[in-house]
Design a protein around this ligand. Structure first.
Ligand code: SAH
Length: 465
C-alpha cells in the first residue's frame, strides 16, 4: 500500500526538511512484518511528492510473529492485509515520520508550525460502513475529500463495489496535523487492528488526536472504533476528551424529547444520521434537495450551512410541524439570499405532486415507518416513478437493534407512531425490489454504533438512477 504526500509551495523541496527525508536519497526501513520504502517521484521547486510504500511480507504475517487469528487456518494466508492501508501503515508512519508527527523540525521550525498547502493520497483504504464515513471523518477537519471506489471484479459488475477506496485529501494544514489525522483515521476506517488493544492505546489516541479529536463531530465513532469498541477503554477516552474540550454540561437541546429520541440519545444517533445524509448528498454533488417528511427541519438547517446546496425544500404532511420548522430555521429573520434557498410546503408523499419534481436528490429520513405498510406502494410510485430524482435516500430504524435499548422488549417499536419496523433483511428486500422496479441502483449504509450480530440502529438505502 502507498501513501503519498505532496507539497506545492515553492520551494516545495522543503518537504524533505519537514519529514527528515532527503528527496535525493531513497531509504528502506525494516519493520516487524516487512519493509517501508521512502522515495520522491517528484522533487522540484514547485512540487514535491514523497511516497511511503509499505511492503508487507504475507508469509511473515501468517507465521504469526504477532497478531492475526493464530489458528493457522487458510485466512492467515489468504487475506487483504498485505495489500491495503491498515494499522500496519499507521505503525510504519510513526516509525518513519515520527519526528514530523511530533511537530519538530530542526532546520525549518517555523514551517512545521505553519498551515501549508498539502495533499495526501491513501491507496487501497478499506472502509467499513461505506464511503460516506470517509467524508464524515475527514471533511470536518477541513479537507477537500475525493474518493475513488473499485468494483469487486470488473468482469462481474453484479458483485458490486468493494470496500476499498483511494482517498485524496487536500487542504491548508500543518504537516504534523495531516500525518496525525491519517495515522488515527486509517485504522478507524478499516475498523481493524493487527495488535492487541489495551490501555496504552488510549494515550496513543489522545496524543495523536490532540487539538482536533475533542471537537470532532464523529469523536464517538472514532474513539469506538480505534479502541475496538472496548467499552471501558472507550468511556475512559471519551471522558478525557470531554475534559480537553472544556465542555462539562451536556448541552443537548432540552426540547420535548419523544420516546424515540430518549432511547437514541446516548448515541446521539440523530446527529450521526443527518451527518451521513449530508455526506451522501455531497458525494453525489446534489445541489437541489427535497426533504420529504422534513419534521422540524433539522436536516434543512444543516443543508443551509453548506453553500453547495442551492435549493432546499422541506415537505411535511403536518402543518404544525412545519410551523415549528419555520421557527427553528428563523425563516422570517434570514437574510434574503439565504431565505431564497429554502422552500417549505405542506404535502404528502402518498399523493403524486408536481412540486416534488426537478430535484437532484430526495431524502426521506425516518418517515416510511410512519406510513401504513399497505400504503408504501403509493409512496414508491410518487417518488421513484413520478418525482424521479437522480438520488433518493431513505432511512428507517433497524428492528434487530432494538434489543439494545433498555426499555424496549422484543417486538416493541421505538416510537408509538411507528406502524412497522424492519429488520435489515426486510428493508433490503423491499429496497432492492423498488430499485429494480424503477431502474435505480441501491446500496446500504448502516448508521450508529455497529453491533456484529444486530447491526446498527439506523439503516439507510441510497438509490441512484
Ligand atoms: N425527517 C425528520 C422527521 C422524521 S419524523 C427527521 O429525521 O428528523 C416523521 C415525519 O414524517 C413527521 O414530521 C411526520 O409529520 C411526517 N410524515 C408522516 N407521514 C407523512 C406523509 N404521508 N407525507 C409527508 N410527511 C409525512
Amino acid at each position: 500500500m502507498i501513501l503519498t504526500i505532496t507539497y506545492t509551495k515553492p520551494p516545495a523541496t522543503d518537504l524533505g526538511y519537514l519529514l527528515y527525508k532527503n528527496p535525493s536519497r531513497p531509504q528502506t526501513f525494516s519493520l516487524n512484518h516487512g519493509k517501508a520504502h521512502i522515495f520522491y517521484p517528484e522533487a522540484t521547486k514547485e512540487r514535491c511528492t514523497v511516497v511511503l510504500l509499505l511492503d508487507i511480507d504475507p508469509i511473515d504475517l501468517a507465521r504469526g510473529k504477532k497478531g492475526f487469528s493464530g489458528d493457522g487456518g487458510l485466512f492467515d494466508y489468504v487475506n487483504d492485509r498485505p495489500y491495503v492501508a491498515s494499522s500496519f501503515l499507521s505503525v510504519a508512519m510513526s516509525r518513519v515520520f515520527g519526528t514530523a508527527m511530533s511537530g519538530k523540525c530542526k532546520d525549518k521550525p517555523e514551517l512545521a508550525e505553519m498551515e501549508l498547502p498539502l495533499q495526501a493520497k491513501i491507496m487501497m483504504l478499506p472502509c467499513k460502513g461505506g464511503e460516506e464515513i470517509i467524508y464524515r471523518l475527514f471533511e470536518p477537519l477541513g479537507y477537500k475529500v475525493t474518493v475513488e471506489g473499485y468494483m469487486l471484479d470488473e468482469k462481474f459488475p453484479e458483485w458490486g463495489q468493494s470496500r476499498y477506496y483511494t482517498v485524496s485529501l487536500e487542504g491548508e494544514v500543518r504537516l504534523q496535523d495531516l500525518l496525525n489525522h491519517i495515522y488515527v483515521l486509517i485504522p478507524v476506517l478499516d475498523s481493524e487492528k493487527h495488535y492487541w488493544v489495551g490501555e496504552d492505546e488510549i494515550d496513543k489516541l489522545l496524543q495523536h488526536g490532540e487539538g482536533w479529536l475533542a471537537n470532532h463531530p464523529e469523536k464517538g465513532l472514532i474513539t469506538g472504533r480505534y479502541l475496538k469498541r472496548k467499552k471501558s477503554l472507550v468511556n475512559q477516552a471519551l471522558k478525557r476528551l470531554l475534559e480537553e474540550s472544556g465542555v462539562t454540561d451536556d448541552e443537548d437541546e432540552q426540547e420535548e424529547s419523544s420516546q424515540q429520541e430518549e432511547n437514541e440519545k446516548k448515541l446521539n444517533l440523530n446527529q450521526q444520521r443527518l451527518g451521513t445524509v449530508v455526506a451522501v448528498l455531497k458525494s453525489v454533488n446534489a445541489k437541489r434537495v427535497i426533504d420529504i417528511g422534513c419534521g422540524e427541519g433539522k436536516l434543512i438547517s444543516l443543508l443551509l450551512k453548506d453553500k453547495s446546496f442551492e435549493q432546499i425544500t422541506g415537505v411535511d404532511v403536518s402543518y404544525s410541524v412545519l410551523e415549528r420548522a419555520k421557527d427553528r430555521l428563523k425563516l422570517d429573520r434570514l437574510p434574503e439570499m439565504q431565505r431564497k434557498r429554502i422552500n417549505l410546503f405542506q404535502g404528502s408523499l402518498l399523493y403524486r405532486d408536481k412540486r416534488f419534481s426537478g430535484y437532484d436528490a430526495a431524502t426521506v429520513i425516518e418517515v416510511i415507518e410512519h406510513l401504513d405498510e399497505n400504503r408504501l406502494k403509493a409512496f414508491e410510485k410518487v417518488l421513484f416513478k413520478f418525482a424521479r430524482p437522480q438520488t433518493v435516500i431513505v432511512s428507517t430504524p433497524n428492528k434487530e437493534y432494538n434489543l439494545h435499548y433498555q426499555n424496549l422488549f422484543e417486538g416493541d417499536v421505538r416510537h408509538r407512531d411507528h406502524r412497522f419496523e424492519w429488520t435489515r433483511e426486510e428493508f433490503e428486500t423491499w429496497a432492492v425490489k423498488v430499485a429494480g422496479n424503477y431502474g435505480y441502483n441501491v446500496r446500504f449504509v448502516q448508521i450508529g454504533e455497529d453491533d456484529d450480530q444486530f447491526g446498527s440502529p439506523t439503516q439507510m438505502g441510497v438509490f441512484t438512477l
